[in-house]
Design a protein around this ligand. Sequence first.
Ligand SMILES: C[S@@+](CC[C@H](N)C(=O)[O-])C[C@H]1O[C@@H](n2cnc3c(N)ncnc32)[C@H](O)[C@@H]1O
Length: 203
Amino acid sequence: MKMTCHHTLDLHCERDASLKGEQLGYVLGAMHWLEKSVGEVLSKKLDEEYYNNISFSYAFFMDGLQHIIKHFDRQPKFLDVGCGLGTKCFLAGCLGYVPTGLDCNPNYLKVVKQMGKGLNGGFQPIKMIEADGITFDHYDEYDVIYWYLPIRDPAMMIKLSDAIFEGAKPGTVLFPASLVSWRHGDKCERIDIIPKLQYFIKK
Ligand SMILES: C[S@@+](CC[C@H](N)C(=O)[O-])C[C@H]1O[C@@H](n2cnc3c(N)ncnc32)[C@H](O)[C@@H]1O
């Protein structure tokens, strides 16, 4: 895998063309529908567990994945740690990744499964794993690992990030879509993909 590693943020990622126009609109529409309608129903059931809005945009997410996939000569295995409703997994599947969602809450995983069926098989199947990301010990099976603040408690969040950074195999692209403290400088290098977002590659 060829990937330029340096520490400044000067590369810029042009939106690529694997998904465009109507197709892209359809996919994003489906994801927004999933978040809103299914999310609202789920919120009544899950109450405090439910997250109703994360501030990370689909566009940024997809820009990054479209750039990263060019560096693989096979379909990369994508993992969302704390996948919630699985929207990022659906999108990763559309972009050519083999998607897996991991969540400790089985209710979310059930919804992802239902959605997969409800979307008429138009989306790549998502493998789902019910597990605690802190003790999960198969991070070395993935090529790209993404996570977005699955845990609110900062100390536990650090434990989770440590587990991912430690467990990933060399060459894995790590994509914590939120600031993580810079504790892993000896284990990975920062790569430039999209300004302001942090991507790392495991050494
Ligand atoms: C912010 S939401 C997920 C957002 C999703 N990754 C995205 O980008 O759309 C957080 C999810 O993390 C899950 N979660 C919390 N703690 C976890 C843990 N220790 N291991 C696995 N999943 C966890 C929650 O059940 C919830 O579904």
